[in-house]
Ligand binder design. Structure first.
Ligand code: NCD
Length: 337
């Protein structure tokens, strides 16, 4: 895969070598992300960070990743505050904003919208989530997290058992992650959701084509020898009404008691976040917060490394980052890491 100048729109663009390249560069980003060193390799470059749908982690980590490489960030959030609300097309918006930036990251509620935007863009576009369709950077950071976490226990992605729970119909993170896992061997999937929110056939067919075994169920409990449990939120914004979404909210709660009783001692607990912590949902209980297998915050931290790697690769500077090193002169709590 040729990274320089490329759009990152779908996990379908990646092969095992490309994934390995992203992960190797992500590892090299640690000293910068952990504030042991600075780099100015992207000094003067501008990221257009366009988020037409709610986001905390993805939006801020794209911006942080670009800043950590020395670049600047211009941002627009929400549909109402942009000219799209006046009827402007994605093509026109892309034409204009791409002349203000060197690279664009974008999230939009409509499936296929980021690819449509990329048609009009003169600079690389990275998909930060397009409706229920895809979330390729999240899938890469999820896979990076899985490989690292399993690595600590001497296990691998090939041959692992992953259990995905929640809204598998509208959850773009599980769609992209499942497709990415099709590049690996003998992965076993347990897919737990209400029947109405089951994993789409398109994804199940991809798993079958990859030779993976999967079990579809609407029961949370049962003996589970999973290596990874990946919990998701009911995607209420994709339902016709909040009432409909609330039929499912709180159906699949994972707490310490269920975890201890039904999962192996070292099952890694993941969630793309945000977890819905309202009492009626509480999908991943706070009583798991002290559980060392809870990887959700390490997962979110890894997002910065992966996004730095993708910027460095698409802007063609991945191999020269350390030529632009400077010192960190302010107090930095290195003990955090
Ligand atoms: C996810 C998303 O936006 O698809 N969040 C994220 O990017 N980390 C998951 C979600 O919103 O439930």
């Amino acid at each position: 895969m040729q990274f320089t100048g490329a759009n990152i729109l779908s996990v379908g663009q990646f092969n095992p070598d490309a994934i390995q390249r992203v992960f190797t560069i992500a590892d090299q980003m640690e000293p910068y992300a952990h504030r042991r060193k600075r780099t100015k390799v992207l000094e003067g470059a501008i990221l257009g960070n366009l988020f037409f749908e709610a986001s905390t982690r993805t939006r801020v980590s794209f911006g942080t990743a670009f800043n950590l490489l020395g670049g600047e960030v211009r941002e627009t959030t929400g549909m109402e505050s942009s000219a799209i609300a006046k009827g402007e097309s994605l093509f026109d918006t892309a034409r204009v904003l791409s002349s203000y930036s060197d690279i664009i990251t974008m999230r939009h509620p409509k499936a296929g919208s980021v690819a449509e935007f990329a048609e009009g863009s003169r600079v690389p576009v990275i998909n930060g989530g397009d409706g229920a369709n895809e979330h390729p950077t999240q899938a890469l950071l999820d896979l990076y997290t899985i490989a690292k976490e399993l690595g600590h226990h001497g296990r691998k992605v090939d041959g692992m058992h992953i259990c995905m729970i929640g809204d598998l119909k509208y959850g773009r993170t599980v769609h992209s992650l499942s497709k990415l896992l099709c590049l690996y061997k003998n992965v076993r999937f347990t897919l737990i959701s209400p029947r109405e929110l089951a994993m789409p056939d398109e994804v199940l067919n991809a798993l079958t084509d990859a030779g993976h075994a999967f079990r579809v169920t609407d029961e949370l409990v049962g003996e589970m020898d999973a290596d990874i449990v990946y919990q998701t939120r009911i995607q209420q914004e994709r339902f016709a009404s909040l009432e409909e979404a609330s039929l499912y909210r709180g159906k699949f709660r994972l707490n310490n008691e269920i975890y201890t009783r039904h999962y192996k001692p070292n099952t890694v607990i993941m969630h793309p976040l945000p977890r819905d912590s309202r009492a009626e949902a509480n999908e991943l209980d706070n009583d798991l917060n002290q559980n060392p297998n809870l990887a959700i915050f390490r997962q979110a931290d890894n997002g910065v490394l992966i996004r730095m790697a993708l910027f460095a690769l698409t802007l063609g500077v991945a191999d020269i980052v350390n030529k632009y090193d400077t010192d960190v002169v302010w107090f930095s709590n290195k003990a955090r890491y």
